[in-house]
Design a protein around this ligand. Structure first.
Ligand code: ADP
Ligand code: MG
Length: 993
């Protein structure tokens, strides 16, 4: 602890912890409004105010975001505090925040759930209290020091203090009473407070702490609020006091004492928000009393007000030393990240931020001599003994309860008054000091003022002297001013004249320059002109010679053109005559071809006519011979047909006879078969009769036999019955049975035999009737077939006859037709020959006509060719004459042009010489230069005094002078100043430059 820190104090350390989202909040998807930046120690709260998004950022000494673990918070923030406690400081840690934001979690942790850590390790969820106890024990054990650790755990609820560590056994009887009866808060006479009757538990190891916490926490009064059912509405204070033995250099043993207060405050939310109901409104108000007072104390400390209302609540009384006192204090503010806690979060942040400005002046507790401590303890023991004794013997000072309370309250009021008075004295003292200081200042100001007064008097004398002098000067100045006015007028005139002069001189020099420039321009123009005329001359000469050459060329070209033209005309004429002769020879050849064709055609026609007549003759001959042959063939055909007819008739007759005989035979066979079948039927009938007769006989004989046998056996039996009834009855019975079965078999065989015979006979009968029916059917069919066949052959014979008749008539008609055909062919042949000969005659006539036509066309063509030839020749002659004429015209023009060129050249050279001469004359003789006369005055620079210098001769205007004077000699500064030099002390009309 540095001296400076001791003087100025150290700020309360403020940490912020933001818990993670609870499961409920996660389920309802509550938006996050708080973001923590652990590294920059900043907390940002996002708000939407009137549709605007606003981020508020708070900075704290340390910030722990939702991911920070209990261990992180402890290691970073609490470890140094506990170390200071071990060094003998008193330290307090508050947990402040809305219900449900993790105050209890931070201070105590969830140690109930994970009660025992493995091999002395704390569970992860353990809060500040168990960790601090563990650290204390670890350190002390590590130092091998002699020590004692005591803890107290009290609750402040509704402005009443309860001991959370009160032993159960004692309170068992009057538990109710004890809970109702609060512990009194007493002044300890050394400026502190103590809770009378508070149980101090000696702790010897860290593991005991869980039991203690468990015991205490279970006693904490909790009431239901809408925000958090388990949340405590009370403040709790857990204190650890450590005494450590330290040997001093003098050999005397010293006791070092440190105390750590761990405060879990009630929820910071206001009444309306926590939803406390009527009965608990007062409770909420009382709880708020402690909280509100805490807030007011913080405000008063931050704003350095004179009176700090510690005494207004028990909480502030208990923790007085931790707020602006000698204790080191740390506040852990807890907030929720969710939006529905936004309002409370902001108020918590504001509150915590304000608390940052509280300054404490931590001091190490005075180390006690062991002997003093022991003496104190003895004193305490004596006091307690007396109390116990008094209680036991009831002979102590005993006062009625009401009086005790009255006295107590009076005493409290007095103590309050004393405190109030102390504070008033303090403030009065302060005021007195301030007044004394003010008085000193006033005295200092008085002495300053008297010295200033003497200065001022001195200055006044000086000033009046100066004033007289100045008045004189003023007169002089007025005169001087008039002179200066005049001088100024003159000076301005002179300046104007000089300006005119210089402008005139400048004009002359400009003109001189212009003249010389003109001279040089003229000279250069002359030389250029001469040069250009020479150029022009040479160009003209060149051009003329070129034109001459051109003209000669044109003449030559004309002549050569005339020659070639003549030659071409001659050649053309020759070609024309050649063409004509060729044409004639071609025509001749054509005529020859025509003649040849004609002779060929005539010969061909003759041949055709002879061929046609011979053809007709041969056809006639052929037809005649063919006619004879056809007649013989027809005769043969007719004979064959009649023979055919005869044979046909014979065949038909024979066929009919055969048919008739075959049908007769069939009839005979049929009759026979019929008789045979009826005989067969009769036979089968007789067999049947025979069979029935046999069967009847057989049956009858069997029955007879049976009857006879039965009668025989009956009588036999009766005879022997008596004798051997017993012996033979069985044998007889068996014999009878045997005979019966044999007879039955015989009968059955007979029946069977008969039924078989019956079947056979009936089948035979069926077959016979079937065969008879079939045969009859066949007979009828055969008869009808024979009849049909005879009819059919007769019809066929008739048809054959008709066909033969038809063939004969057909042959006859064919013969007639053949004859007719021959006649018509003959006729056609003759007709054909006659038409052919007429055609031949016509063709020869046509050929004749053709010949004549060709002859006339030839003569016309020859005539046309001759005339055309003549015309072309005449045209060529005319053209060549025209061309010759135009060529001679061109030649004449060329000659004339040559002549004009000659005259132009002469004219041009003459004109150029004249121009040259003229320019020579103009520029050398007529253009004149200026001759200087020497009478013009020379340019000079006279010295004229400037207006400024003249003006400076004038005295300054009155106001300026006064002002300057005032400036130099102000009323309030009476020290003698050096007046500024240039203004007054200069005597008028003195030389300036
Ligand atoms: P308070 O004492 O401020 O009313 P609690 O300490 O009872 O609040 O905390 C309320 C709930 O939030 C508890 O269930 C606790 O486990 C949980 N909680 C609080 N802070 C944290 C944290 N930093 N990490 C995990 N859970 C927390
Ligand atoms: Mg709590």
């Amino acid at each position: 602890m540095s001296g400076r820190e001791k003087e100025k104090g150290v700020n309360v350390q403020v940490l912020l912890r933001c818990r993670p989202f609870s499961e409920d909040e996660l389920r309802s998807n509550a938006p996050q409004v708080v973001t923590c930046n652990d590294y920059q120690r900043e907390v940002a709260v996002s708000q939407n105010i009137a549709g605007k998004h606003i981020d508020r950022v708070f900075t704290f000494d340390k910030v722990f975001g939702p991911s920070a673990k209990q261990r992180d918070l402890y290691d970073q923030a609490v470890v140094p505090i506990v170390n200071e406690v071990l060094e003998g400081f008193n330290c307090t840690i508050f947990a402040y925040g809305q219900t449900g934001t993790g105050k209890t979690y931070t201070m105590e942790g969830e140690c109930r759930r994970a009660k025992s850590g493995l091999n002395g390790e704390l569970p992860q969820e353990a809060g500040v209290i168990p960790r601090a106890v563990k650290q204390i024990f670890d350190t002390l054990e590590g130092q091998n020091a002699e020590y004692s650790v005591k803890v107290t755990f009290l609750e402040l609820y509704n402005e009443e203090i309860t001991d959370l560590l009160a032993p159960e056994e004692i309170s068992k009887v009057a538990l109710e009473e004890k809970q109702k009866k609060p512990l009194p808060l007493m002044e300890d006479g050394k400026g502190g407070v103590l809770v009378r009757g508070l149980e101090e538990e000696i702790v010897t190891s860290a593991s005991e702490i869980f039991t203690l916490l468990e015991r205490g926490s279970s006693k904490r009064r909790t009431a239901e609020t809408l925000l958090n059912k388990q949340s405590s509405r009370s403040h709790s204070l857990f204190s650890i006091t450590i005494h450590i033995k330290e040997p001093s250099p003098e050999g005397e043993e010293l006791i070092k004492c440190g105390k750590l207060n761990l405060v879990d405050l009630a929820g910071s939310e206001n009444i309306s928000r926590s939803g406390a109901r009527e009965g608990r409104a007062r409770e909420a108000g009382e709880i708020n009393k402690s909280l509100l007072t805490l807030g007011r104390v913080i405000n008063a400390l931050v704003e350095h007000l004179g009176h700090i209302p510690y005494r207004d609540s028990k909480l502030t009384r208990l923790l007085r030393d931790s707020l602006g006192g000698r204790t080191k204090t740390c506040i852990i503010a807890t907030v929720s990240p969710a939006v529905h806690c936004l309002e409370e979060t902001l108020s918590t942040l504001d509150y915590a931020h304000r608390a940052k400005h509280i300054k404490n002046k931590p001091e190490v507790n005075q180390k006690m001599m062991k002997s003093t401590l022991i003496k104190d303890l003895y004193g305490e023991i004596d006091r307690l003994k007396a109390e116990v004794y008094a209680a036991r013997e009831k002979n102590g000072v005993y006062i009625p309860k009401e009086r005790y309370y009255q006295e107590e309250s009076e005493r409290k009021a007095m103590a309050d008054q004393i405190e109030q008075m102390g504070i008033t004295i303090e403030t009065h003292q302060k005021q007195l000091e301030e007044l004394q200081e003010k008085y000193d200042v006033q005295v200092r100001q008085c002495s300053d003022l008297s010295t200033k007064l003497t200065h001022t008097e001195k200055n006044l004398l000086e000033t009046s002297r100066l004033l007289a002098y100045t008045e004189e000067e003023l007169k002089k100045c007025r005169y001087e001013n008039a002179l200066t006015q005049q001088a100024c007028a003159l000076q301005s005139d002179l300046e104007k004249a000089l300006k005119d002069n210089t402008s005139l001189f400048e004009k002359i020099s400009r003109e001189d320059k212009l003249h010389s420039d003109n001279r040089s321009v003229v000279n250069s123009f002359h030389s250029e002109l001469c040069q250009q005329i020479g150029c022009l001359r040479s160009i003209v000469a060149n051009s003329i010679s070129q034109q001459d050459e051109h003209l000669q060329c044109v003449g030559k070209l004309c002549n050569s053109f005339r020659e070639t033209h003549d030659k071409a005309v001659k050649e053309m004429k020759k070609k024309l005559t050649n063409t004509r002769t060729v044409y004639m020879s071609h025509i001749e050849a054509l005529q020859n071809v025509v003649r040849l064709h004609k002779s060929n055609s005539v010969a061909g026609l003759d041949e055709i006519s002879t061929l046609a007549s011979s053809n007709a003759q041969s056809i006639e001959d052929y037809l005649a011979s063919e006619g004879v042959q056809a007649a013989s063939v027809f005769d043969d055909l007719q004979n064959a047909l009649s023979a055919h007819q005869g044979e046909m008739a014979i065949f038909a007759r024979e066929l009919r006879q055969r048919f008739n005989s075959s049908s007769e035979q069939t009839k005979q066979i049929s009759d026979y078969t019929d008789g045979f079948l009826s005989k067969l039927m009769d036979q089968s009938k007789t067999i049947q009769n025979h069979v029935t007769g046999v069967d009847n006989i057989q049956m009858k004989s069997i029955a007879d036999f049976q009857k006879a046998y039965e009668e025989q056996s009956k009588s036999d039996a009766e005879k022997f019955l008596v004798d051997v009834s017993n012996l033979f009855s069985n044998h007889i019975l068996r014999q009878k049975e045997l005979v019966n079965t044999r007879l039955d078999g015989l009968r059955e065989a007979a029946v069977e035999n008969r039924s078989f015979m019956d079947g056979q006979v009936s089948s035979l009968k069926n077959i016979a009737t079937e065969a008879k029916r079939k045969w009859q059917e066949f007979c009828v069919q055969a008869e009808s077939d024979a009849k049909g066949g005879a009819d059919y052959s007769a019809a066929k014979h008739c048809r054959m006859e008709i066909l033969l008749q038809q063939s004969v008539t057909n042959a006859e008609s064919a013969f007639q037709h053949c004859k007719k055909t021959r006649d018509s062919v003959n006729e056609m042949c003759t007709k054909h020959v006659s038409s052919l000969s007429s055609l031949v005659r016509d063709a020869t006539d046509h050929i004749e006509q053709h010949d004549a036509d060709i002859d006339s066309a030839r003569t016309a063509a020859e005539h046309d060719v001759a005339t055309n030839n003549q015309e072309i020749l005449q045209h060529i002659d005319g053209m060549s004459a025209q061309e010759r004429e135009s060529v001679s015209g061109i030649l004449g023009t060329v000659e004339a042009h040559t002549k004009t060129l000659e005259t132009f050249r002469e004219d041009h050279s003459g004109q150029a010489a004249v121009m040259e001469k003229k320019s020579q004359e103009t520029f050398q003789q007529h253009f004149m230069d200026y001759d200087p006369t020497g009478t013009t005055p020379m340019r000079t620079e006279p010295d004229v005094p400037s207006k400024g210098t003249i003006e400076s001769l004038r005295a300054m205007p009155m106001e300026a002078l006064v002002e300057e004077f005032r400036e130099n000699n102000s009323y309030d500064s009476f020290e003698v100043k050096e007046p500024k030099t240039p203004l007054v002390p200069r005597s008028p009309l003195a030389e300036i430059n």
